[in-house]
Design a binder for this molecule. Structure first.
Ligand code: CTP
Ligand code: MG
Length: 235
């Protein structure tokens, strides 16, 4: 069995504010994408990383990766991405050589995930789960609001799911390759995570423990946190 990782990195990072595409923004002086690729390659089980670059930035990403050494057990490929995360992941899957039977999908925007989390996900897929997601319990209570709320007005609450039963999902998510390819070929509705497409096929998805440091860099405050985590690691 061989494991590859698809890293969608083609997003602009609108919520992070103006600047370079999010994956190319620096964290401790090194592009976020390089951190994310290294985080995947830190697992000895990862033998290929497919980076899905901004559509007009594939050459730049390729030279960036050439300039940053990876461990000898990990190879990489770069392909241009699409309009949505989902499309970017599919383009990454399309580029995957046949010998890989396990595929992980990991956001470039989660640069600090520990290797242990990656290994835990891979292990669960190897043991037979078609889809595995790392996730954490929530700190905040979640409210569901009325989708018909009037913009600018306070939003009516329609439900409060029991917090103890909710999980905040991270990446890398791990899949039996054939299952994920089928999900991407079947589900047309736009979703924000790959595992939910497998759920829509009626297949089981399981949760394994995620990690606090696998948080997604989404808004400016997340960059402050990411810099602090890196600085603490370098002590
Ligand atoms: N992504 C992608 N292709 C897209 C959109 C997103 O590959 N067309 C990737 C991002 O690069 C990121 C991951 O999907 O690594 C998670 O998406 P998100 O955090 O939403 O990143 P962005 O879409 O770049 O950010 P924003 O939504 O704030 O614009
Ligand atoms: Mg986005």
């Amino acid at each position: 069995t061989r494991t590859a990782v698809v890293i969608p990195a083609a997003g602009r990072g609108v919520r992070l504010g103006p600047g370079a595409p999010k994956a190319l923004r620096a964290l401790g002086g090194t592009p976020m994408l390089i951190h994310a690729v290294r985080a995947m390659a830190a697992s000895r089980r990862v033998s290929l990383v497919v980076v899905v670059a901004p559509p007009d930035g594939a050459a730049e990403v390729k030279s960036l990766l050439d300039a940053h050494a990876l461990p000898e057990w990990t190879d990489f490929l770069v392909v241009p991405g699409g309009e949505s995360r989902q499309e970017s992941v599919r383009l990454g899957l399309d580029a995957l050589p046949p010998e890989y039977d396990i595929v992980l999908v990991h956001d470039a925007a989660r640069p600090l995930v520990p290797a242990d989390t990656v290994d835990t996900v891979i292990e669960a897929v190897r043991e037979g789960a078609p889809a595995v997601v790392p996730a954490l319990p929530l700190a905040d209570t979640v409210k569901q609001v009325d989708p018909a709320a009037v913009p600018g007005e306070p939003e009516p609450v329609v439900a409060t799911p029991e917090r103890a039963r909710l999980r905040a999902v991270q990446t890398p998510q791990g899949f039996d390759r054939e299952t994920l390819v089928r999900a991407h070929g079947t589900v047309t509705e736009n979703v924000t995570d790959d595992a939910s497409m497998v759920e829509q096929l009626g297949l089981s998805v399981v949760v394994v423990p995620g990690h606090e440091e696998a948080f997604k860099v989404t808004r400016p405050l997340d960059l402050v946190l990411a810099e602090a985590v890196l600085a603490r690691r370098r002590l």
